[in-house]
Design a protein around this ligand. Structure first.
Ligand SMILES: C[S@@+](CC[C@H](N)C(=O)[O-])C[C@H]1O[C@@H](n2cnc3c(N)ncnc32)[C@H](O)[C@@H]1O
Length: 224
């Protein structure tokens, strides 16, 4: 059977192995049971998982989870799945979900594009990609999260009217998004002013401190 994620097997991340401290490991094991969704498995059932039919957002590459948890706390009516392959970042995010008492967040510890196989077409109201890995070398461009195949995957996962929101501080990444999303027949959008609801992320802060300029882009799936 062909699945939505089948075209996405070029890895978009570098494996980083940093072991957790014993206390972080214990926290990870305790909280991941209820808060982490398996990467592989049957079709994801948002109502069964969150207990209601709220808008659903997938946040890809959450890093340490500061922005994810800040935004989720400000938007309790939106259910969010945050994905990252980086174990210490997932552990930090689990700790923040618990300390902030967030009921509207679940995490995926693994490849978001593989988890996408579990999502029904048209089931997402939003996809957030805040500061994807830049992969600056020309020979690594095919590892970028935004590619023609992935844009088509994101489009198919979005409900009509759903949005893809990407932020980057790499000019040529923004140009690539403009070209790939702008060239998609069923997506409308482009560069926007920084939305007030998007928190400054950890990675963004470093770029701002280094004088880099951030571009936000939002594309909406056309309703038809
Ligand atoms: C540059 S960091 C940005 C993190 C965070 N959004 C921020 O702005 O601070 C990109 C993150 O994307 C994650 N990532 C890359 N490819 C991924 C994938 N296929 N699935 C899940 N996470 C991924 C990396 O592990 C990394 O933590």
């Amino acid at each position: 059977m062909t699945t939505l994620g089948d075209q996405h097997r070029t890895s978009t991340f570098k494996p980083r192995r940093r072991p957790l401290s014993p206390s972080r490991r214990a926290l990870f094991e305790r909280l991941s049971v209820s808060l982490c969704l398996p990467v592989d498995g049957p079709r994801f059932d948002p109502v069964g998982e969150f207990g209601g039919a709220a808008p659903l957002v997938l946040d890809i590459g959450i890093g340490s989870g500061h922005a994810l948890t800040t935004q989720a706390a400000a938007e309790p009516g939106i259910d969010v799945i945050g994905a990252d392959v980086h174990t210490p970042g997932i552990a930090s995010t689990l700790a923040r979900i618990e300390s902030m008492g967030l009921a509207n967040v679940r995490l995926v510890h693994g490849d978001a594009l593989r988890f996408a196989d579990r999502l029904a077409p048209g089931s997402l109201d939003g996809i957030r990609i805040y500061f994807p890995d830049p992969w600056p070398k020309a020979r690594h461009r095919n590892r970028r999260m935004v590619s023609a195949a992935n844009v088509d995957l994101f489009y198919r996962l979005l409900a009509p009217g759903g949005t893809l929101h990407l932020a980057t501080d790499i000019d040529d990444y923004a140009d690539m998004v403009l070209s790939l999303c702008g060239g998609h027949a069923d997506l409308d959008g482009g560069v926007v002013d920084r939305p007030a609801e998007r928190p400054v992320t950890r990675y963004e802060r470093k770029g701002l401190d280094a004088g880099r300029v951030v571009t936000d882009l939002i594309y909406r799936r056309r309703a038809r």
